[in-house]
Write a protein that binds this ligand. Structure first.
Ligand code: CTP
Length: 399
């Protein structure tokens, strides 16, 4: 379960061009189960429509201090909130909040709350760097306000520089961390992703078609549910915010990284496609065509997951993936037993839209007690959610 489920989150939206991104933040918070109330400043209404936010959020947008239906909205909202996030926060809002000025509903709400507050500044680089803005932010930070620093990038009007609003993904990750423990709170989850690459010579490798997307989705899901996540990956996808990335290339490097991370891991999810064989002799230079076709002799790689299964600590949960092209359930069950796993995620990679390189997946989730859950074709994040749900169920049975 997400750390956000059932939490009341007030999203303050101020008048900056990045206000449109608040729409995405609200949608993500609602999707994660939060009760979201948007408060717009007068300036924000120049950039986005109330209707858009009202339609997406859990209640109609609020903006006025003088709303007759609720005689004291300026304190009610702040008292009700489990968290307030201001996205984007303009220099004016930051200045008013730092100075304790209650000029509109949003600043009143900020002053009337005891909930954690996150501000996400967005403005032109010159404004961002101005000592007045920096001093105000430092003052807010000293008072315990969390500041999500803007990114560098393209700004309104085509300028480049620091001041671009942090991505909605990063903002939601900070909200999740601030609200604390989801159902994986306090747990260390290790996830592997991507196909290993085994060198033949200085430039050539034996690789496979795994994209790593399913592993990244599991890492993103686990961190959003409060886990500390180590992602051991062979691919260069965007690292989910809050996830610690360890980059590797070969099965041997992945084994070393997994063994080290697994020492403290409560849960290991091996979504990587590890090569089963590697060339025995890799030469340090490029093999030349004129030397003729080389004979590549292969040797087995270590089975990382089987190694973990053989040394499984009490309370540790091991999840494997099984990529199959035939006899899906029988083959996956055999791997589940051989590797001493708690769960195996079996996918038929010969089916259309499933597994390797796709954004979607269809899987069977098998447990040692022969229980089986089938997830038909859906996005990889939904598959990740189902996997984590079952891991949580398995661990609940342990306690
Ligand atoms: N795995 C591993 N180390 C290996 C090979 C596989 O840790 N050298 C893990 C994978 O990450 C996956 C599970 O074992 O979680 C099953 O991998 P898969 O490639 O489906 O099966 P194999 O055990 O390699 O067997 P086969 O290739 O015969 O299907």
């Amino acid at each position: 379960m997400s750390a956000l489920r059932g939490k009341t989150i007030v999203v303050g939206v101020t008048g900056g061009i990045a206000a449109y991104k608040a729409v995405d933040v609200c949608r993500r918070l609602v999707d994660a189960g939060a009760h979201v109330v948007a408060v717009m400043t007068e300036g924000a209404e120049h950039f986005i429509g109330r209707t858009t936010l009202s339609a997406l959020c859990s209640e109609p947008v609020q903006s006025s201090l003088w709303d007759e239906a609720s005689p004291i909205p300026h304190t009610r909202l702040g008292q009700r909130a489990d968290l307030i996030v201001v996205v984007p926060a303009t220099a004016r809002l930051i200045g008013a909040y730092a100075g304790g000025l209650s000029t509109d509903l949003l600043t009143n709400t900020l002053l009337a709350t005891r909930a954690p507050v996150i501000v996400c500044p967005a403005m032109h680089t010159e404004m961002w760097e101005h000592p007045a803005v920096q001093d105000n932010l430092a003052l807010l930070a000293r008072r315990g306000v969390i500041v999500v620093e803007p990114d560098e990038g393209r700004l309104a009007g085509g300028d480049l520089g620091k001041g671009r609003l942090a991505s909605p993904e990063r903002i939601v990750a900070v909200v999740e961390r601030t609200l604390g423990r989801g159902d994986l709170g306090g747990l260390h989850v290790v996830v592997t992703a991507g196909g290993t690459r085994e060198p033949i010579d200085a430039v050539r490798v034996i690789a496979n078609r795994s994209s790593g997307k399913q592993g990244y989705a599991v890492a993103a899901e686990a961190v959003s549910r409060g886990a500390t996540v180590t992602l051991i990956s062979t691919v260069e996808l965007a690292t989910p915010p809050g996830v610690q990335l360890v980059s590797v290339e070969t099965a041997a490097q992945m084994e070393a990284a997994v063994q080290s991370a697994a020492e403290t891991a409560d849960i290991v999810v091996m979504a990587a496609a590890v090569a089963d064989f590697r060339p025995t002799l890799t030469v340090g230079h490029k093999l030349k065509k004129d030397d003729g076709a080389p004979s590549i002799v292969l040797e087995p790689t270590p089975d990382i997951l089987a190694g973990l299964g053989a040394r499984k600590r009490p309370g540790q949960t091991l999840v494997g993936f099984a990529a199959e092209t035939s006899d899906l359930v029988a083959n996956a069950e055999a791997k589940l037993r051989r590797k001493n796993l708690d769960l195996i995620v079996a996918n038929d990679v010969s089916a259309s839209g499933v597994g390797f390189q796709h954004d979607t997946n269809a899987v069977c989730l098998l447990r040692p007690d022969a229980s089986m859950v089938t997830i038909s074709l859906t996005d990889k994040r939904s598959v990740a959610r189902a996997v984590v749900d079952i891991v949580v169920e398995i661990r609940a049975g342990l306690s």
